[in-house]
Design a protein around this ligand. Structure first.
Ligand code: C2O
Ligand code: CU
Ligand code: CU
Length: 509
């Protein structure tokens, strides 16, 4: 695949900033009210549509017991705005894709067929797998082709997701609708008394923001410094969604599948809930709170209680971006949105209480680290370099542990995501990580100037030719080069060049 060259965008243009300041001021002027200090217009939503629950993909079982899933990416249309057909992209449907689900230990094959007019890829975000199956920019799927990665599920129960990763085009492929949830199950999680009936008391909540033009089409033209910020919230592709609850406890698998927006989620009546899991699986114990903030790509599993007949509204409050106010204004930091209404029936089924212990997580062990690397994020670069598909930035050794010190040197927010593994956060600004970062993670938000220290263990999969990616998950930044590549090599193995022509097995239909 030919690499696309982007102009260097080290800072937003003056026109961008002025335009956004004007927009922000207009929004403030028409603003409603909020329980926080004004001006913070809450976009209140009329909850009129039943929340769409993506179907669970049904695998075909092959002769050796492997599961085979079929995903087809294609164009479609959806009526998000009444009376207007919006052109979309979707997987096995018009918008988003089915929920993949497989237990630990299961061998799976996913046939990803591309019926789109453009080359895409499909990446399994959060999955621990061989680099050849990762679906990053080195595994392109041309129009008409099918890519069939296969691997054995080798990680604890977790809420992962999948989305395209074609270099320079990830933002628009996700924005048009290509994304889905990927749930991993395991025996430890299955023995816990947690809500787990998919679509009944265990609900995918895929949060995205969109901007629709007057013609009802997705408008992807208006970039703030962080990327596209929409003014309409979709949950699972549903505008103004409500969910009809039939049980006392509801587990929400929250996924920020937006390209740039950070959400700070809580309930409008201040009710508390338990966070039970983060990106890579269950916390050691539930964390009671009234807010959970998610940057693009991050997940959290929460359990919330609803009394019979009650209604509760999940809202995104002003996110804590850690920037100066002017930057917050143009990065969505002053925005608040209603997201989802939960409506309890008049006779909810009793649920068992959330257990006090959830998982035995090994403690963060920085002592065994064999190397420390530093990653500076600034402009659209990491360590002063723009992404180059032909360049390997880091080489790590299989079965070792490393410390990665990550810091955002810009005035605007960034984030850091690593492919192929789950890491742990050792400290944030040299202090103990907050409870929501004290679990298995693959993506962390980076406020300006706050150093975050990660502990990574590179296990199971070495490949001297195929790299994994690390990048900012604000997809506008990723597309413009805020990404790097690392190889995992076996001890003594020499790193080779990343294969320019991917060696995946493509066949045409
Ligand atoms: Cu969710 Cu490299 O991506
Ligand atoms: Cu990823
Ligand atoms: Cu960024």
């Amino acid at each position: 695949m030919k690499q696309r060259h982007h102009p260097s965008l080290s800072s937003p243009t003056r026109r961008e900033v002025l335009g956004l300041l004007a927009l922000g001021a207009a929004a403030v002027a028409v603003g409603g009210c909020d329980d926080q200090a004004p001006p913070s217009p809450v976009r209140s939503v009329r909850f009129k549509q039943r929340l769409w629950i993506p179907p669970e993909a049904r695998p075909r079982v092959d002769a050796s017991g492997g599961w085979e899933f079929n995903l087809t990416a294609r164009t479609g249309q959806r009526e998000f705005v009444p009376g207007k057909a919006t052109q979309t992209w979707g997987i096995n449907g018009d918008y988003l894709g089915p929920t993949l689900r497989a237990p630990r230990g299961q061998q799976i094959t996913i046939n990803v067929r591309n019926l789109l007019p453009e080359t895409t890829t499909m990446h399994w975000h959060g999955a621990h797998l061989p680099a050849a199956a990762d679906g990053g920019p080195h595994q392109p799927i041309d129009p008409g082709a099918t890519w069939s990665p296969t691997w054995q599920i080798n990680q604890p129960a977790a809420t992962l997701w999948y989305h395209p990763h074609p270099h320079g085009h990830s933002e628009m492929h996700v924005y048009r609708g290509l994304a889905g949830m990927f749930i991993i199950d395991d025996e430890d999680e299955a023995t816990l008394p947690l809500p787990r009936t998919y679509g009944v008391d265990d609900i995918p909540v895929i949060i995205q923001d969109k901007r629709f033009g007057p013609d009802g089409q997705l408008d992807g033209s208006d970039h703030t410094p962080v990327g596209l910020l929409g003014d309409t919230i979709l949950v699972n592709g549903t505008v103004g969604p409500y969910f009809h609850a039939t049980t006392e406890l509801i587990r929400l698998r929250l996924l920020n599948a937006s390209t740039a927006r950070v959400y700070n989620l809580g309930f409008t009546d201040g009710r508390r809930f338990s966070v039970i899991g983060t990106d890579g699986g269950l916390l050691s114990a539930p964390h009671p709170t009234d807010r959970v903030q998610l940057a693009p790509g991050e997940r959290a599993e929460i359990v919330v209680r609803l009394a019979s007949g009650e209604k509760a509204v999940l809202r995104s409050y002003r996110p804590e971006l850690g920037t100066i106010p002017g930057m917050a204004l143009i990065s969505g930091g002053l925005d608040a949105f209603d997201v989802l209404q939960l409506r309890a029936g008049s006779s909810s089924r009793r649920s068992t209480a959330v257990p006090r212990r959830l998982s035995d997580r090994s403690p963060v062990d920085a002592g065994s680290a064999v190397a420390t690397r530093t990653f500076f994020l600034a402009g659209r670069q990491i360590n002063g370099k723009q992404m180059d598909l032909e360049r390997i930035d880091e080489v790590v050794t299989l079965d070792t542990t490393e410390i990665w010190d990550v810091i955002n040197l810009d005035a605007q927010p960034h984030s850091f995501h690593v492919h192929g593994l789950q890491f742990r956060v050792a400290d944030v600004a040299e202090a103990q990580p907050p409870p929501l970062l004290d679990g298995r993670k693959d993506t962390v938000f980076l406020p300006p100037g706050v150093p975050v220290r990660l502990i990574l263990h590179f296990a199971d999969y070495a490949d001297p030719a195929r790299p994994f990616m690390y990048h900012c998950h604000m997809l506008f930044h990723e597309d413009h080069g805020m990404m790097g590549q690392f190889l995992v090599v076996a001890p003594g193995q020499q790193p080779g060049q990343p294969a320019d022509v991917p060696s995946n097995h493509e066949h045409h239909h």
